[in-house]
Design a protein around this ligand. Structure first.
Ligand code: ADP
Length: 274
């Protein structure tokens, strides 16, 4: 009787162990597949501009007696070099946000400064497209986090809003404090009146290298890494990024991040007025 009881107890335990092992292996295999895809994607993305540079340099050599053509090819070489540089920079940024613990250098970060920086960063492009930028609700708000990473995240969202909007539209940036389960959170919402994103694509845009329209993304200097960086920064800060969108009408990306003062840090809100 005893032996039967024991084996009856062990059998389900055994099968659960096997199941756990299988799940572990599946998970490991999935991680490995994602890593392989990523390396393949990086290789492909690097090859494109390098291939173009190689062809263009040949064209320059062949056109050595035609100064106008040389200038034209050189201009295109410069454009390819620029896209290569921004791709490498974004890869460095991505690897940094994936590997560094942002909270090691955490400090209270002023939201109005982050917003001003982000607007500054795409001021030129917004100006060319006559896009109006408006910010509000950010005064007196502080996020607890890594200044550089937060600036990169918000900068990417504002840059996208400008990139994927037609001329003479408006990009709004709004800050506010909301109650979260683990303390107050700061929300920064970036709203555009751009092309919007379909429901199917909304599920995938945060993946590395995923673009709805690769040609359009390339034309605006996009790498397909921006939103992956934003997602990592938000998550590693204990926050999140969400998207609302209506095709043809526009999108709102909302960053939700822990407020400084709500996490046991010194809390600027309590009279630290340096
Ligand atoms: P990219 O460098 O291509 O902009 P991202 O990772 O920043 O890469 O964004 C991924 C894709 O999501 C973009 O290629 C674009 O198709 C879509 N997207 C991002 N932001 C917006 C937006 N504000 N409006 C419409 N589409 C957007």
């Amino acid at each position: 009787g005893d032996a039967l009881a024991v084996s009856a107890r062990v059998a389900p335990l055994g099968s659960r162990l096997v199941l756990l092992l299988v799940e572990d292996l599946t998970e490991a295999r999935r991680t490995e597949a994602v890593r392989r895809d990523f390396v393949a994607n990086v290789s492909h993305e690097l090859k494109t501009p390098v291939g173009a540079l190689s062809l263009l340099s040949e064209a320059v050599m062949d056109a050595s007696d035609d100064p106008e053509a040389v200038t034209r090819f050189a201009g295109r070489m410069q454009a390819e070099a620029t896209r290569l540089t921004s791709l490498v920079q974004e890869l460095i940024d991505l690897s940094r946000v994936q590997n560094d613990d942002p909270l090691e250098d955490a400090e209270p970060v002023r939201v109005d400064e982050l917003v001003a920086e982000a607007i500054d960063r795409c001021g030129h492009q917004a100006g060319t497209k006559q896009i109006t930028m408006a910010a509000g609700g950010t005064a007196g708000l502080y996020i607890w986090g890594n200044r550089g990473q937060l600036a990169a995240a918000l900068g990417n969202l504002v840059e996208n809003a400008v990139n994927y909007s037609p001329a003479r539209t408006r990009v709004g940036i709004a800050g506010r404090r909301v109650a979260g389960s683990g303390g107050d959170m700061i929300e920064i919402a970036v709203t555009d009146q751009g092309i919007g994103i379909s429901e199917k694509d909304r599920e995938r845009i945060f993946e590395r290298f995923y673009r709805v329209d690769p040609a359009r993304s390339r034309a605006t200097g996009g790498t397909g890494l921006g939103l992956a960086i934003v997602k990592h920064v938000a998550a590693s800060h204990g926050g999140e990024v969400t998207v609302w969108s209506a095709e043809g009408q526009g999108s709102t990306f909302t960053l939700r991040l822990p407020e400084a003062g709500s996490r046991g840090d010194r809390g600027v809100a309590d009279g630290d007025d340096d």
